[in-house]
Design a protein around this ligand. Structure first.
Ligand SMILES: NC(=O)c1ccc[n+]([C@@H]2O[C@H](COP(=O)([O-])OP(=O)(O)OC[C@H]3O[C@@H](n4cnc5c(N)ncnc54)[C@H](OP(=O)(O)O)[C@@H]3O)[C@@H](O)[C@H]2O)c1
Length: 308
């Protein structure tokens, strides 16, 4: 599997499959929604602005007139909204083949979610933890379903901390560390989810992916940086496209050869770009004691208990 060049052309026919893509209106999520819809899947764009979601839907439908796309509201910074979204999905669909936990924010200034979590951990990890738990019933009802959680190379930069309910404190807030920890949490969660599927004999795979570096709206909180302002046109030209960055999560979502617990990323220099392949994550991300602790914490903090 490692040696072949995998592109969007390798995506199989997805007719009859239902997919949810969080943050499907922008960047990697948009490209993922587009690629899944182009190959026949019915795609739910899960987004915090229905208006931006509808614009994304229209653009995709212009390219893929036969596509089936639904836009539903979710705010991952609000657990009530996450539950409402899941309830809506369950009221419309009897199956869920692919859940892509893609939405995210990066190095944002200190802020709290509606439930009082630091916003990067709250959005990137806890919101998706709650969402996956609420959708478990549908995933279990769908043979060979998959959950793909999007992490980042940044996960390597820190370990996890269980102090202050998993979250950075305002007085010592470091937005880079908070992002890195949330992306490590994504991996600990994805691997533990697979272990839980295995131990409960559930026919569902959990995978993780990272895009390397690609040109999306994720850098919005870096806009004020003078260096970024100055070199922006050059950076935009050098960075791989969002379509290229979406390939690892697409491969994890649809390649029939994948195995649960695998992590996909680009094969090129420093994993920044290239064809998506199975890669290794940091040592910390494979720590099962941390993964179990994170899981228990996440259930407690979100109030979402997985019903295996
Ligand atoms: N681009 C890269 O180089 C890179 C590198 C490593 C990892 N990643 C990961 O890739 C994923 C996708 O990011 P991207 O690069 O595609 O960035 P993006 O273009 O900014 O897309 C992020 C998406 O997440 C949505 N989102 C943010 N907060 C949300 C909330 N509270 N509730 C619901 N949706 C929310 C955004 O909605 P709005 O459009 O409404 O803001 C947007 O649709 C993230 O998990 C990120 O950590 C990206």
């Amino acid at each position: 599997m490692q040696k072949t060049i995998w592109t969007a052309k390798n995506i199989p026919n997805l007719n009859g499959k239902v997919a949810v893509v969080t943050g499907g209106n922008s960047g990697l999520g948009f490209e993922t929604a587009k690629a899944l819809a182009s190959n026949g899947a019915e795609v739910i764009i899960a987004c915090r602005s229905v208006e931006r979601g509808e614009v994304a839907k229209e653009i995709i439908l212009q390219l893929v007139p036969s596509g089936t796309i639904k836009v539903l509201h979710i705010d991952l910074m609000n657990l009530e909204s996450v539950q409402r979204f899941a309830r809506e999905v369950k009221s419309i669909y009897a199956r869920l083949d692919i859940l892509i936990n893609n939405a995210g924010i990066m190095i944002s200034p200190y802020a709290l979610t509606a439930d009082g979590f630091e916003s990067q951990m709250g959005t990137n990890h806890l919101g998706h933890f709650a969402l996956t738990g609420h959708l478990l019933e549908l995933l279990k009802a769908t043979p060979n379903s998959r959950v793909v959680t999007v992490s980042s190379l940044a996960h390597k930069q820190w370990n996890i901390s269980f102090g202050n309910n998993l979250c950075e404190r305002e007085e010592s807030y470091n937005r880079f560390r908070a992002y890195a920890r949330s992306k490590l949490a994504n991996l600990l969660f994805a691997y533990q989810l697979q272990r839980n599927f295995d131990s409960h004999s559930i026919n569902c795979l959990s995978l993780a992916a990272h895009p390397g570096a690609s040109h999306t709206n994720l850098g919005r909180y870096m806009e004020s940086n003078v260096f970024i302002k100055l070199f922006r046109p050059l950076i935009e030209r050098i960075l791989p496209s969002a379509a290229a960055g979406a390939l690892p999560q697409l491969r994890a979502a649809v390649d029939p050869m994948v195995k649960g617990g695998q992590f996909f990323g680009p094969s090129g220099f420093m994993q920044l770009s290239g064809s998506p392949v199975v890669i290794k994550s940091s040592k910390n991300s494979y720590r099962t004691d941390d993964a179990v602790r994170l899981w228990d914490f996440s259930e407690e903090l979100t109030g979402v208990k997985y019903e295996w």
